[in-house]
Design a protein around this ligand. Structure first.
Ligand SMILES: [Zn+2]
Length: 365
């Protein structure tokens, strides 16, 4: 199996364009053309994880947190980041990171995994992504409208919430005249052609634009495809930060921390004053204090995330429980996503969950 095939399968679920500006997801060590036989799946790439990869014959480490986050100016082993990279290169082990792009997807993302562990239903993105959608308008001969619509949908356009194949179509009259160096499919060059056309409008995420245009070019009959695109202000409901869902069976507020410990296999939960009952739950794996206000506005009874600071707990305003079971604890199931994506696409490719406990924080009772 070539490494780029593995990367393509993961990035189909979590496109790199969805990562945050500060992030460094992607192939950190290794060549996309190299042959890989076995992947070690981990949340963090520590030196112990690289040793585990060597011992288990893994030539690829798929990690949630990128080990290289800032610029590396030298590689002489003076800190753990340099030592991890050096050990990986020395032992021909590739390192691929899928971080905030996996945080930001609704389906098969970090937060949908947490929601599944808690048993949440009716899940939606808590803070949908802005400036990520566009509208494409295409003009096509009436006779080719079905094929063109098909191509637009196949390329990834026309999804709105839980609906797909969404388009708006207007029938009309188009005209054109080909110049000296043209070879029109319909009509003759130098003569004005008038024919029945359809104007097709579809929504699409910006990151699907090149794929949709590739698909459109194959289906559209014209030498010069007539289209225009505009950026939209609509929020994108399928991508963004955090997630909110419903507990079918509400849990009493005073019992909710124990419910989290059990569901997320956490040792300790820090939390604010219990509400009477918890039904609506917001979650964000990792460091999600930046979403406390969104959780509050969305009417969540509880918000589960990690890395919450003392003063941030006050922002619950006694209207919602903020529950912090830890950064590692909320994201530890992320490796299951990698396994699911790869086993679906390449059932024979070997993967192994890392047995190394990488959480740097320990608890004393
Ligand atoms: Zn994290």
């Amino acid at each position: 199996m070539k490494l780029f095939e593995i990367i393509e399968a993961i990035e189909k679920v979590a496109p790199p364009s969805l990562q945050e500006d500060y992030d460094n997801s992607g192939l950190l060590v290794g060549s996309p053309q190299s042959e890989v036989k076995k992947a070690l799946l981990t949340l963090d790439t520590t030196e112990a994880v690289v040793q585990e990869a060597i011992a288990e014959g893994c030539d690829l480490i798929i990690t949630h947190h990128p080990i290289v986050f800032r610029g590396l100016k030298r590689l002489n082993g003076s800190n753990y980041v340099e030592r991890v990279v050096m050990a990986a290169i020395k032992n021909n082990i590739a390192i691929y990171a899928c971080h905030t792009n996996l945080d930001n997807v609704l389906k098969q993302g970090v937060n949908s995994k947490i929601a599944a562990k808690l048993g949440l239903s009716d899940v939606q993105i808590l803070k949908p992504m802005q400036q990520a959608l566009m509208k494409l308008t295409v003009f096509t001969p009436h006779t080719h409208a079905d094929a063109v619509r098909e191509a637009l949908f196949a390329g990834g356009a026309g999804h709105v919430g839980n609906y797909d194949e969404c388009s708006f179509n207007i029938h009309g009259q188009g005209t054109f005249r080909g110049g000296e160096n043209t070879n029109p499919v319909i009509g003759k060059k130098g003569e004005r052609t008038s024919l029945e056309e359809q104007r097709i409008e579809v929504l699409l995420p910006k990151n699907r634009f090149s794929q949709v245009m590739k698909s459109l070019r194959i289906a559209h009959p014209y030498e010069e495809i007539a289209y225009y695109s505009v950026d939209l202000n609509n929020a994108w409901q399928d991508a963004g930060s955090g997630l909110i869902g419903i507990l079918e069976n509400p849990v009493r507020g005073d019992l909710f921390p124990a419910f989290i410990k059990e569901s997320l296999n956490a040792e300790v939960v820090r939390f604010t004053a219990p509400v009477a009952w918890v039904k609506k739950v917001a979650v964000c794996g990792g460091s999600g204090a930046f979403l406390i206000k969104n959780a509050l506005q969305s009417g969540a009874d509880a918000y589960i995330t990690g890395d919450v600071k003392y003063h941030e707990f006050f922002d619950a305003e006694n209207r919602m429980m903020i529950c912090d079971p830890g950064h590692y604890e909320t994201e530890q199931f992320t490796i299951e996503l990698f396994a699911e994506i790869l086993s679906e696409k390449f059932p024979n490719f070997a993967t192994r969950f890392s047995h190394t406990y990488t959480n740097p924080i320990q608890y004393h009772y």
